[in-house]
Design a protein. Sequence first.
Length: 126
Amino acid sequence: MRPVIPYVTAALLFGLGVYGVLRRRNAVLVLMAVELMLNAVNLVLVTADTTVKAVLPHSGQVFALFVIVLAAAEIGVGLAIVLQLYRLRASVTVDDVPLAEPAPAVAAAPAGLPTPDAPGTEGAVR
Protein backbone atom coordinates (compact mmCIF):
# COMPACT_ATOMS: atom_id res chain seq x y z
CA MET A 1 0.00 0.00 0.00
CA ARG A 2 1.23 3.44 -0.82
CA PRO A 3 1.42 5.69 2.26
CA VAL A 4 0.33 8.74 0.26
CA ILE A 5 -3.33 7.68 0.14
CA PRO A 6 -3.86 7.55 3.95
CA TYR A 7 -1.92 10.79 4.42
CA VAL A 8 -4.06 12.62 1.87
CA THR A 9 -7.21 11.14 3.42
CA ALA A 10 -6.06 12.27 6.87
CA ALA A 11 -5.33 15.76 5.53
CA LEU A 12 -8.81 15.95 4.02
CA LEU A 13 -10.40 14.74 7.25
CA PHE A 14 -8.41 17.23 9.29
CA GLY A 15 -9.29 20.08 6.93
CA LEU A 16 -12.96 19.15 7.10
CA GLY A 17 -12.73 19.12 10.90
CA VAL A 18 -11.09 22.55 11.00
CA TYR A 19 -13.78 23.90 8.68
CA GLY A 20 -16.45 22.44 10.96
CA VAL A 21 -14.93 24.00 14.07
CA LEU A 22 -14.60 27.42 12.46
CA ARG A 23 -17.97 27.57 10.68
CA ARG A 24 -20.46 25.70 12.84
CA ARG A 25 -22.49 27.41 15.52
CA ASN A 26 -24.07 24.35 17.08
CA ALA A 27 -21.95 23.00 19.95
CA VAL A 28 -22.70 19.36 19.14
CA LEU A 29 -21.51 19.81 15.56
CA VAL A 30 -18.35 21.51 16.83
CA LEU A 31 -17.67 18.45 19.00
CA MET A 32 -18.19 16.20 15.96
CA ALA A 33 -15.70 18.30 13.99
CA VAL A 34 -13.14 17.92 16.77
CA GLU A 35 -13.66 14.16 16.60
CA LEU A 36 -12.96 14.27 12.86
CA MET A 37 -9.66 16.00 13.55
CA LEU A 38 -8.72 13.44 16.20
CA ASN A 39 -9.54 10.59 13.81
CA ALA A 40 -7.32 12.20 11.17
CA VAL A 41 -4.47 12.24 13.68
CA ASN A 42 -5.13 8.57 14.46
CA LEU A 43 -4.92 7.74 10.76
CA VAL A 44 -1.59 9.53 10.46
CA LEU A 45 -0.19 7.76 13.54
CA VAL A 46 -1.19 4.29 12.36
CA THR A 47 0.03 4.94 8.81
CA ALA A 48 3.36 6.24 10.05
CA ASP A 49 3.70 3.21 12.30
CA THR A 50 3.17 0.79 9.42
CA THR A 51 5.43 2.59 6.93
CA VAL A 52 8.34 3.73 9.12
CA LYS A 53 10.50 1.17 10.83
CA ALA A 54 10.70 2.62 14.32
CA VAL A 55 12.86 1.58 17.24
CA LEU A 56 9.76 0.82 19.29
CA PRO A 57 7.38 -1.55 17.54
CA HIS A 58 3.72 -0.51 17.28
CA SER A 59 4.36 2.88 18.90
CA GLY A 60 1.98 4.65 16.51
CA GLN A 61 -0.82 2.27 17.41
CA VAL A 62 -0.20 2.83 21.12
CA PHE A 63 -0.38 6.60 20.60
CA ALA A 64 -3.58 6.10 18.61
CA LEU A 65 -5.09 4.26 21.59
CA PHE A 66 -4.17 7.20 23.83
CA VAL A 67 -5.85 9.57 21.39
CA ILE A 68 -8.98 7.38 21.40
CA VAL A 69 -9.07 7.48 25.22
CA LEU A 70 -8.64 11.26 25.20
CA ALA A 71 -11.41 11.58 22.59
CA ALA A 72 -13.77 9.55 24.75
CA ALA A 73 -13.01 11.73 27.78
CA GLU A 74 -13.43 14.88 25.68
CA ILE A 75 -16.83 13.74 24.43
CA GLY A 76 -17.97 12.89 27.95
CA VAL A 77 -16.99 16.28 29.36
CA GLY A 78 -18.08 18.17 26.24
CA LEU A 79 -21.55 16.64 26.15
CA ALA A 80 -21.99 17.31 29.87
CA ILE A 81 -21.18 20.98 29.26
CA VAL A 82 -23.51 21.13 26.25
CA LEU A 83 -26.37 19.56 28.21
CA GLN A 84 -25.90 22.00 31.08
CA LEU A 85 -25.80 24.88 28.59
CA TYR A 86 -29.04 23.65 27.04
CA ARG A 87 -30.69 23.43 30.46
CA LEU A 88 -29.67 27.00 31.32
CA ARG A 89 -30.19 28.73 27.98
CA ALA A 90 -32.49 26.37 25.99
CA SER A 91 -30.05 26.67 23.10
CA VAL A 92 -26.73 25.08 22.17
CA THR A 93 -25.63 27.85 19.83
CA VAL A 94 -21.99 28.67 20.45
CA ASP A 95 -22.50 32.37 19.68
CA ASP A 96 -24.91 32.74 22.62
CA VAL A 97 -22.41 31.51 25.22
CA PRO A 98 -21.22 34.40 27.43
CA LEU A 99 -17.42 34.29 27.66
CA ALA A 100 -17.03 37.04 30.29
CA GLU A 101 -18.29 36.86 33.82
CA PRO A 102 -21.41 38.95 34.48
CA ALA A 103 -20.95 42.25 36.30
CA PRO A 104 -21.86 42.19 40.00
CA ALA A 105 -25.36 43.42 40.75
CA VAL A 106 -25.77 46.74 42.54
CA ALA A 107 -27.36 46.37 45.96
CA ALA A 108 -30.81 47.96 46.20
CA ALA A 109 -31.81 50.34 49.00
CA PRO A 110 -33.73 48.75 51.87
CA ALA A 111 -37.50 49.05 51.69
CA GLY A 112 -38.94 52.16 53.29
CA LEU A 113 -35.87 54.35 52.87
CA PRO A 114 -35.96 57.03 50.17
CA THR A 115 -33.45 56.72 47.37
CA PRO A 116 -31.68 59.82 46.04
CA ASP A 117 -33.35 59.43 42.65
CA ALA A 118 -36.89 58.91 43.95
CA PRO A 119 -39.46 61.62 43.21
CA GLY A 120 -40.26 63.89 46.14
CA THR A 121 -36.86 63.52 47.79
CA GLU A 122 -35.31 66.76 46.56
CA GLY A 123 -34.69 68.04 50.08
CA ALA A 124 -33.64 64.70 51.57
CA VAL A 125 -30.32 64.55 53.39
CA ARG A 126 -27.73 62.52 51.58
